[in-house]
Ligand binder design. Structure first.
Ligand SMILES: [Zn+2]
Length: 282
């Protein structure tokens, strides 16, 4: 069955000059519309869902717009946009879909910026974490964004229900994820390491976990590993198909949440390839 894409045009109505732009998602949406996907609209997440992940002081500050940091602006109404993006992840979790929403989430920790860094890396609420906590089932989180999901690691470190796997470029922002830490398995990779090294590392990572303990796979789906993108690991479209095939081989109900990826139409093609690989479609 074709994976449904969770999307609301509302997520395109803020920001502009920033690299985490509406255009990067709009261009992907426009491409995916030509590929016979079905689209479904999310609803904003209830505050109780946010509070399973973030502390109430941070949520209060986010509501008031008191969350300016150098790379993550306090846009007008950002709380509402962030809640809708988190709602996208929740709906994706419910229908095993792909949430094509912004802002992204994996750098957002419990209190905003994760421990040890000063910025939230374009993130406000940790969308994937909010969905995983709401499901409350044993979950493998696979983070294929090119940056380490330091927020997700902070939230789930020591959580017995979750294993977090991240493949990411290092040295690079946010500077974390150099070693495994408890239930967080980190695989730093050099810039532009290429598909072969990437896939070997992914196979090694997935080989380290016993899949029968998990009921769900949650994918933090970032595409900035694409050749020339912000955290390039030298991957191109065929690599994303092969990543999708490996996710399918885990044989678990799976959902995907968009993280980074800043190359517009390339994002759409990479998403399509990932999902085709996952669905075993030619
Ligand atoms: Zn990223």
């Amino acid at each position: 069955m074709k994976t449904k894409i969770v999307f609301s045009e509302k997520c395109l109505s803020y920001g502009g000059w920033h690299i985490e732009s509406p255009q990067r998602v709009k261009t992907a949406y426009d491409f995916l519309k030509t590929r016979s996907y079905q689209f479904v609209e999310p609803e904003a997440t209830a505050e109780e869902d946010l509070l399973r992940v973030h502390d109430s002081d941070y949520i209060w500050n986010l509501k008031k717009g008191l969350v300016e940091d150098p790379d993550t602006p306090a846009y007008e109404n950002i709380y509402e946009y962030a809640r809708l993006s988190a709602g996208g992840a929740l709906l994706a979790a419910k229908i095993n879909g792909f949430s094509l929403m912004r802002p992204p989430g994996h750098h957002a920790g419990r209190h905003g910026a994760a421990l040890g860094v000063y910025t939230r890396g374009f993130c406000y609420l940790n969308n994937v974490a909010i969905a995983v906590k709401a499901l409350d089932r044993p979950t493998l989180i696979l983070d294929i964004d090119g940056h380490h999901g330091n927020g997700t690691q902070e939230i789930f470190r020591g959580d017995e229900k979750v294993v977090y796997i991240s493949l990411h470029r290092y040295p690079h922002y946010p500077g974390t994820g150099l070693h495994h830490e408890e239930n967080c398995l980190n695989f730093p990779l050099p810039a532009d390491c290429g598909e072969q090294r990437y896939l070997e590392t992914l196979d090694q990572a997935l080989g380290m976990v016993k899949m029968d303990r998990f009921e769900v796979v949650a994918v933090s789906a970032g595409f900035d590993t694409h050749l020339g993108d912000l955290a390039s690991l030298g991957l191109t479209e065929p690599a994303f198909r092969k990543i999708g095939e490996r996710i399918a081989a885990l044989k678990k109900p799976t959902f995907f949440v968009l993280e980074g990826g800043y190359a517009g139409e390339k994002n759409g093609k990479d998403i399509d390839q990932l999902l085709r690989g996952y669905e075993g479609e030619p």
